[in-house]
Unconditional design. Structure first.
Length: 314
């Protein structure tokens, strides 16, 4: 499956543009497909915005294209975009009929050894495979937004995936600086989205019950467990939370407490009234800062954390 030097990014929204920036930074060329008339400007502007951060993180590596932000072409035909691409990242809108139409268009045009990875966050691999005559080259390759900055990619293949394709996707992602996990069983939302959905559900419950404001619940997360979770996962952290005896002692000490908390966790749905309460709360938290300003602040903090932790996980 080669070294994936020529890639394609199908879809030029936020996710597709971010993938494009990362692939370019790694010294690869990228063919971008999007039918929107402003796709080229959108992607070029995004790459220009992301490039300093990618450089700061050491991700603009020399290669055949020298980490060249201009090693990109733009296409209004998906079949044309995938021609000659050895790795294809699909990030079109999360509607099954759109994905199926795209897959039908590109299937006759992809190389026999090409890997096609979908960024789908909500759709399952088997749902997407139904859009192929032979889905052997398709895997799940779900990132966390923005892909050029957040390391995680969730990779999944199944019994319809050809041998070695999921492994090849993992190698490619690691080569461009990502951290991968393997999803072993199909489930809506995969792994990380389900984790954050569970946390957000309880965050909303606390607000609705009047326990704390939206801003204070957010603060409780970033100033508390969120900071620890950026270093290690919850189970490992609890293993460290009971001293030398580790998780065995932790479970002995806190079983009753956790069972009580779990029994009391909220069960709710995001209705219009709840959404408005959250919208009002986040507006108060944001103050006069625009979403662009907040996004820049977020990215700067994530970049600083990534740099600080570089090498510590080795």
């Amino acid at each position: 499956m080669g070294d994936f030097q020529h890639t394609a990014a199908l879809g030029a929204g936020v996710i597709g543009a971010s993938w494009t920036a990362l692939f370019l930074a790694s010294g690869r060329s990228v063919a971008v497909y999007d039918p929107a008339g402003n796709a080229e400007k959108t992607v070029r502007d995004y790459v220009e915005m992301a490039w300093p951060t990618l450089t700061e993180l050491g991700l603009t590596e020399p290669g055949p294209n020298g980490g060249n932000p201009d090693a990109v072409t733009f296409h209004t035909s998906a079949a044309e975009a995938v021609e000659g691409a050895s790795f294809i990242q699909e990030s079109v809108p999360e509607r099954i009929e759109i994905k199926h139409a795209l897959f039908a268009e590109i299937e006759p045009a992809i190389g026999k050894d090409a890997v096609v990875a979908s960024s789908a966050s909500g759709l399952t691999l088997s749902e997407m495979q139904a859009g192929w005559r032979d889905p052997a080259r398709l895997v799940l390759g779900h990132p966390f937004n923005p892909p050029h900055l957040i390391p995680l990619v969730e990779v999944m293949g199944n019994d319809k995936t050809a041998d070695g394709v999921a492994e090849a996707a993992e190698r490619f992602y690691k080569a461009v600086g990502k951290v991968t996990i393997r999803v072993k069983r199909e489930m809506p939302g995969h792994v990380a989205n389900r984790l954050q959905a569970a946390v957000w559900r309880e965050a909303i419950h606390l607000v609705k019950q009047g326990v704390a404001s939206v801003e204070d619940v957010d603060t409780a997360m970033w100033a508390g467990p969120g900071l620890r979770w950026a270093a290690m996962g919850p189970t490992m952290l609890f293993h460290l939370g009971a001293g030398e005896a580790g998780l065995t002692s932790f479970c002995e000490r806190y079983t009753d407490s956790f069972n009580r908390w779990w029994d009391d966790l909220g069960v709710l749905h995001l209705d219009a009234d709840t959404a408005q309460q959250l919208i009002d709360g986040v507006a108060a938290e944001a103050g006069d800062e625009t979403t662009a300003e907040l996004s820049a602040k977020r990215d700067a903090m994530i970049t600083a954390m990534q740099k600080a932790m570089a090498g510590l996980r080795e």
